[in-house]
Design a protein around this ligand. Structure first.
Ligand code: AMP
Ligand code: ZN
Length: 477
């Protein structure tokens, strides 16, 4: 399965070819652990998860690293100003390391809830100070960085490719309103590799002085190098990471290591809320708990994200989430109906590659993969699944294709992770509840044939119903 992926650096979709055929190495900018990540952050992290799963579907072995930023990320991503962690710690009247511990724990709990495949390592910035210092010293030695007192800055004019990723030209940055004039810098666009501030709580004594802390950008360069080597395949982040964060990472890494840095840069567009920006102060930076409180599951959220494509901004509304939840129930129901007609052993015996090309399931499989191959076009891949479901729903799927359809659906779930986990007998609890509700509705509408069909379906899956004065009870036999 070939993948064509959009590279922010070259501004085109290109055929993905790993540097080493044995392993794809990729790095994702992870959370700054000052506040529990919101659902926007999870769009970026679930994209990383999707990318890994698609690469694995395409037959690659993947080494995946996501960092934890626990120091050095200043307000507004700029060089000056307070550290996001220290600001939060002041608000909470605790030590910044307590904030780090609490939010990191929340982050890992969320990842587990979301069913994200764990990355191979989650390095923390504060554990990699020596690696950063080593890189900064190399940059000073090569003339790409300079010291002013205990601060160290990168000299953007020493790297002619500065601006290639974002399209920002150094000349334009000079006049840019975003960059505050810092008299220490040779050029306003120069950025801090190391800063010094005696008032900082999270600080280290190094060759640069007693009270220093790293710039946010050097953290990712140093951690990526340590876990993935000087030159690796893929680096991702949200669209706001393109500039300055990733632009600066490229400059530092390529200058310090005399090596190309990353072949493919991929960026997720933002998740917006009600058509606008998501923000704590706006009260719309929802957490996974907020979704749960309104009766939704993380699987509904996963499906919502898959309905859009990662390079288009996506507007989060409760209405859209409700639509995704309904679609997800339909897919679960599709699987349950298949399970009632065939079983997992029969599905496991199916080799999707060996199906006759003109079979309905083979066509769904081809369309699903074609969607993903085209820069992870998940909406197209989903359409292939729903098309198969509709064919089945209209009684147009040959009975001989049921096992293959189940095999196909299970395969799509290894990539999308949107179906409920099956219990040992093959039907998830809430799918059973749902079928019982449907049976009750069918009886009220005097549609006894439908009601009996549901009872038979449950019976075939080993679920026995008992009508009691307190309602229908079910048990597994
Ligand atoms: P941060 O915790 O601010 O370092 O952000 C962690 C990741 O989430 C980064 O890759 C950001 O680009 C990404 N991100 C932040 N806000 C959003 C959003 N609304 N939609 C998608 N990604 C986001
Ligand atoms: Zn980063």
């Amino acid at each position: 399965m070939e993948l064509r992926l959009y590279n922010t650096l070259t501004r085109e979709k290109q055929l993905f070819e790993p540097i080493s055929k044995d392993q794809v190495r990729m790095y994702h900018c992870g959370p700054t652990v000052y506040q529990r990540p919101h659902i926007g952050n999870y769009r970026a992290f679930l994209f990383a998860d999707l990318l890994r799963r698609v690469l694995e579907l395409a037959g690659h072995d993947v080494l995946q690293i996501m960092n934890i930023t626990d120091v050095g990320h200043l307000l507004d991503d700029a060089d000056d100003g307070e550290d996001k962690l220290e600001v939060q710690a002041k608000k909470d009247k605790v030590d910044p390391w307590q904030v780090v511990a609490k939010v990191t724990e929340e982050f890992f709990a969320d990842l587990e809830l979301l069913g994200v495949k764990p990355a191979h390592a989650y390095p923390r910035a504060s554990d990699h100070i020596p690696e950063m210092v080593e890189m900064i010293e190399a940059l000073i030695q090569k003339g790409n960085a300079y010291r002013v007192g205990d601060n160290v800055y990168f000299d953007v004019n020493s790297f002619p490719a500065y601006g290639h990723l974002s399209g920002n030209k150094i000349e334009n940055l000079e006049a840019g309103a975003r960059l505050e004039i810092n008299q220490e810098k040779r050029h306003p666009a120069d950025f801090a590799l190391w800063k010094s501030d005696a008032k900082h709580i999270m600080k280290w004594e190094t060759v640069f002085g007693p009270d220093g802390f790293p710039g946010w950008h050097i953290e990712c360069s140093a951690m990526a190098r340590k876990y993935l080597g000087d030159h690796f395949d893929i680096h991702t982040g949200g669209e706001d990471n393109v500039f300055p964060h990733h632009e600066c990472e490229i400059a530092q890494s390529e200058c310090a290591l005399d090596s190309p840095f990353v072949n493919l840069w991929m960026h997720t567009k933002f998740l917006q809320v009600d058509g606008g920006k998501m923000g704590k102060s706006l009260g719309n930076a929802y957490s996974l708990d907020d979704l749960k409180e309104r009766g939704f599951t993380v699987l509904d959220f996963r499906l919502l994200l898959l309905r859009g494509n990662y390079r288009s901004s996506l507007n989060f509304t409760w209405e859209a989430l409700k639509g995704a939840a309904e679609a997800r129930i339909n897919l679960n129901d599709f699987r349950n109906r298949l399970l009632a007609l065939t079983d997992c052993d029969a599905a496991d015996a199916v080799d999707l590659k060996m199906l006759s090309a003109d079979s309905t399931v083979a066509q769904a499989n081809t369309a699903f993969r074609a969607g993903l191959s085209d820069d992870l076009n998940t909406s197209e891949a989903l359409a292939a699944i729903f098309h198969l479901r509709n064919t089945f729903q209209h009684g147009k799927l040959e009975a001989s294709e049921n096992a293959a359809a189940l095999a196909f659906l299970n395969m799509t779930n290894t990539v999308f992770g949107f179906l409920e986990e099956l219990s040992a007998d093959g039907l998830a609890d809430d799918a059973i509840d749902q079928l019982i509700v449907e049976r009750g509705e069918a009886r009220s509408a005097k549609d006894f044939a439908r009601a009996d069909a549901i009872r038979d379906e449950l019976d075939a899956a080993g679920i026995t119903l008992e009508d009691t004065p307190d309602g229908v009870k079910w048990f597994r036999c």
